[in-house]
Design a protein. Structure first.
Length: 194
């Protein structure tokens, strides 16, 4: 449910349907179209890439358990993330928050690719750190009271990261580094996009 591929859909859904002013003036049809663009480019295409890589034997498992298995999926996903950022940036109708969030996802996948050289950073922690970092960015813009959303994401982050430790998929350093990468990527992206 909280796989890192699905986090962007949850965040964009929040922006589209819960945030009071991010998509002011967008019709229901345009909001749905935006959600479908995000789902297609940030979920479907990266997922298909991993499935194709597994089918041709470039990765051992779709779960990407080794550092070697993660190299090509990081690169492929980064291409889709950057493409989506470029599409949203070129169309002035889309709000800055959306553009900066997608840029933050690209930054996080790029940082994860580099960190992957040294250790198997938790993709789940990167996703949750990005979610938390983006909600802190929204809080910084003073466009919405974020107490409850941030508390909710903190709880989910704790549950997801604890489950990754309990299942022995990661060591604590890989979890902490993932959260830091996700959060800092969103902060830098908002600064760059503004």
């Amino acid at each position: 449910m909280f796989h890192p591929l699905f986090v962007p859909v949850y965040v964009i859904f929040f922006l589209l349907y819960i945030h009071p002013s991010a998509f002011t003036g967008f019709s229901d049809e345009n909001r749905f179209r935006t959600l479908m663009i995000v789902t297609l480019n940030l979920v479907f295409f990266p997922l298909i890439s991993v499935l194709l890589l597994r089918a041709v034997g470039f990765v051992e498992s779709i779960f990407l358990r080794t550092q070697k298995d993660r190299i090509i999926p990081y690169i492929a996903s980064g291409i889709f993330f950057f493409w989506t950022y470029t599409v949203f940036k070129q169309q002035e109708a889309y709000p800055l928050l959306l553009v900066s969030f997608v840029l933050g996802i690209f930054f996080a996948s790029s940082a994860a690719l580099i960190a992957n050289i040294y250790l198997k950073v938790s993709m789940h922690a990167i996703g949750m750190g990005g979610w938390l970092g983006f909600f802190l960015v929204i809080m910084h813009t003073n466009s919405m009271l974020m107490s409850f959303p941030i508390a909710t994401v903190l709880l989910i982050t704790g549950l997801v990261c604890t489950s990754r430790l309990i299942s022995k998929n990661h060591i604590p350093a890989e979890i902490y580094l993932g959260i830091v990468i996700g959060m800092i990527s969103q902060f830098v992206a908002f600064y760059v996009a503004s």
